[in-house]
Design a protein around this ligand. Structure first.
Ligand code: ZN
Length: 132
């Protein structure tokens, strides 16, 4: 099963919890046991697992800014978003999760987040589900 959905982002850097939507798609697929691959087909966004807590979300944004500040990026000569590409690659563009009893297997504090690094934009998210 293959499904796509869009998420509109509002800020240049932003964390958006997509857990509910992902769980809904897993449930609708009818797959009880298997794997789900959640992928963002963009080179300036990521998918991460983290706790949905306001302070922690700000902490992520702070570390992302610090990781790429003070660097004279070559890519910025042609397109002013080298930081966005680098952070997207570092944080990763997809996650694979097990499915058990029609739900993703996650730790209590592992919510699924889209991370925007070059917003605001409309981001496509791909959900691929494999039974087994
Ligand atoms: Zn670029």
């Amino acid at each position: 099963m293959f499904k796509e959905f869009n998420v509109s982002t509002e800020d240049r850097y932003q964390l958006i919890d997509i857990t509910e939507k992902a769980e809904e798609i897993v449930k609708e697929s009818g797959v009880k046991n298997g794997l789900v691959f959640i992928f963002v087909p963009h080179s300036t966004a990521s998918i991460i697992l983290t706790e949905n807590e306001e302070g922690l979300k700000k902490d992520w944004l702070e570390i992302f800014k610090k990781l790429t500040s003070g660097i004279d990026f070559q890519h910025n000569k042609i397109d002013d978003n080298a930081d966005s590409h680098i952070l997207s690659g570092l944080a990763g563009q997809g996650k694979i999760l097990p499915i058990k009893d029609s739900r993703t297997v996650r730790g209590t504090w592992q919510q699924i987040f889209l991370v925007e690094f070059d917003g605001p934009r409309t981001r496509k998210i791909i959900v691929k589900i494999v039974e087994g």
